[in-house]
Design a protein around this ligand. Structure first.
Ligand SMILES: Nc1ncnc2c1ncn2[C@@H]1O[C@H](COP(=O)(O)OP(=O)(O)OP(=O)(O)O)[C@@H](O)[C@H]1O
Length: 249
């Protein structure tokens, strides 16, 4: 469980986050959605400790991150997996080396143990026989899968994904969404996904948190997202023609 307590953040005199309170449950895909520039990435960075909030705390299974000792912060960091926008693979490393990277940095496992874990994770995301390929030799969807394999290689308790299917075609996007959803449930991970893609919300969002101008305006199951009476959420959800057709408006 991740608990966000009263997070606020300003840059210079511009307030970006206003008293954010959230709870993210294990085994669930918790989405943070909202229009561009509304503060989703800043919130995610506050949660993972890349940005220090002006006010508020984030707790990981009851352990407050900001006030923790260096040792505890390292311990919590080790329990985090991250999938960055664009996959963010190291171009000069092979697929195998990319996935193995966190194990090299964070563990003292033997080469054999590491390789076994890397192969397990690559297999889990549906990639076999690509160990020796370079990122430039594989497709965008495969890169995302490698990114997911790398994010879960250390058996994280928490998984953070920033726009996991940006730049992918609709079918590949759905596969990536489903993979994240399956892995979340299978390993009981607390997953937080930032997205502005309505398809993703419908595919994978167990719980959806809608952000608007630095505030959370709505939280609920994705199945109820079309029934809310929050105007800003309706404007967001039904902005596209397809969703309007589905709703019949
Ligand atoms: N380091 C920073 N310094 C100053 N302002 C920042 C910084 N990081 C973000 N901001 C501002 O905070 C606001 C929210 O940005 P953020 O990246 O969180 O939006 P977002 O909802 O993630 O948008 P997108 O969906 O386009 O990624 C923006 O106005 C942005 O310019």
């Amino acid at each position: 469980m991740i608990t966000v307590n009263n997070i606020s953040k300003s840059f210079d005199d511009k307030q970006v986050l206003f008293n954010i309170n959230l709870e993210f449950e294990p085994g669930k895909s918790n989405m943070i959605i909202g229009a561009s520039g509304t503060g989703k990435s800043v919130l995610l960075k506050c949660i993972v400790g890349l940005i220090k909030p002006d006010e508020g705390t984030v707790e990981f299974n009851g352990r407050s991150f900001a006030n923790a000792s260096k040792e505890l912060q390292t311990e919590v960091r080790r329990e985090m997996g991250m999938l960055f926008q664009g996959g963010a693979l190291f171009d000069s490393l092979t697929v195998e080396q990319n996935v193995m990277f966190p194990l090299n940095v964070l563990t003292k496992q033997s080469e054999e143990e590491k390789l076994e874990r890397v192969n397990f994770c690559l297999e889990r995301v549906g990639l076999e026989n690509v160990n020796r390929k370079m990122p430039s030799e594989i497709s965008g969807g495969m890169k995302k899968r490698v990114g997911i394999a790398r994010a879960i290689v250390t058996k994280p308790n928490y998984l953070f994904c920033d726009e996991p299917n940006s730049g992918l075609d609709p079918q590949t996007s759905i596969k990536i969404d489903n993979l994240i959803q399956d892995i979340t449930q299978e390993y009981g991970i607390t997953t937080v996904v930032v997205s502005h893609d309505m398809n993703s919300v419908l595919e994978m969002g167990d719980i959806v948190n809608f952000m608007h101008e630095g505030k959370i305006l709505w939280t609920g199951p994705s199945s109820e997202i079309g029934d809310s009476d929050v105007q800003e959420l309706n404007d967001f959800v039904f902005a596209g023609r397809l969703m309007k057709m589905v709703k019949g408006v």
